[in-house]
Design a protein around this ligand. Sequence first.
Ligand code: GLP
Length: 264
Amino acid sequence: MLVVLTSNHEELNREAGRIVGNAVRQNPALRLGLATGNTMIGVYHELARLHREEALDFSRVVTFNLDEYLGISPTHPHSFHHFMLENFFSHVNIDPRNVHIPDGTITGDYEKYCASFEDDILRAGGIDLQILGIGRNGHIGFNEPTSSFASRTRLKVLSKATVDDNRKFFGAGETVPRCAITMGIGTILASERVLMLVTGAAKATAVAHAIEGPITSSVTASALQLHADATAILDEEAAAQLKQKDYYRDVMEMTRLFTPSRLS
Ligand code: GLP
C-alpha cells in the first residue's frame, strides 16, 4: 500500500481532492466509488471548489456509494443519500441518473436487490477509483470484522461498536439502524484503484492494524494490502501508531521522482 503522510486534515483534503480531480480530468466518464462519514466532508467540499473555480466537470462521472443504512429513506436527514446530496451532489454538476446508492428502503428479496447493485457496477464497466474511510474497528464500507474477503454487496448486521459510533449522528430517542446494505470486500478489491482517507487519533490503532498488521478479516481494511493500487492518505494523528513512517516518507519522495502518476 502506498502511504501518503500529510500534516493535517486540510492538507489531506487538498491531496485527495487533487487525486480525484486529476482522475476526473483524465477520464471525464470516471466510475467513482464514494464513501460517507465526517472524514469525507472536506474532500467533497474541495471537489466542489474545484468544480466552481477550476471548472472540474462531473457531468459524465458515474458514482457508486459504498453503503446505506437499512430501513432509512433517502430523505431521512441521517441517510447516506441525504449526506451525499448535502455535502457533494448538490454542489457539482453530477447527473442524478449517474448516481447509484444502495436503497435502504427495500424489503423482501435482499439478495436479489444486492445482486442487482453488483450488476449495475458491472454493467457500468467496474469502478475506476474507490474512495474509502475506515471505522474505528477497522471496517471499510460496513464490512464489519470477520466479513469475507470474497464478499459482495449484501445486507450486513452492524457491530455494537459501529452502532455506538453512529449514535452521535442520530437524535436522542431516535433508533440507530442495526443493519446496512454495503458493498463487500470483494467488490472493493475489484475496483481499479483504492484511496483510503483517514484522519484523527481515534483511528490510529485501526490504521496501524490495517497497514502494518497481518491480513485478517478481523480488520477488514487489511484486505487492502492485497490490492495492487491502494493508497492511504493519513493526517499526522491517524498515522501516529505506524512504525515505518520514515520509510513511507522515503517512498513518497522516490514515487514523486520515478512514478509520479501514483501520486497524481
Ligand atoms: C461508516 C461508513 C464508513 C466510514 C466510517 C467512518 O461506518 N460506513 O464508510 O468510513 O463510517 O466515518 P467517519 O469518517 O465519520 O469517522
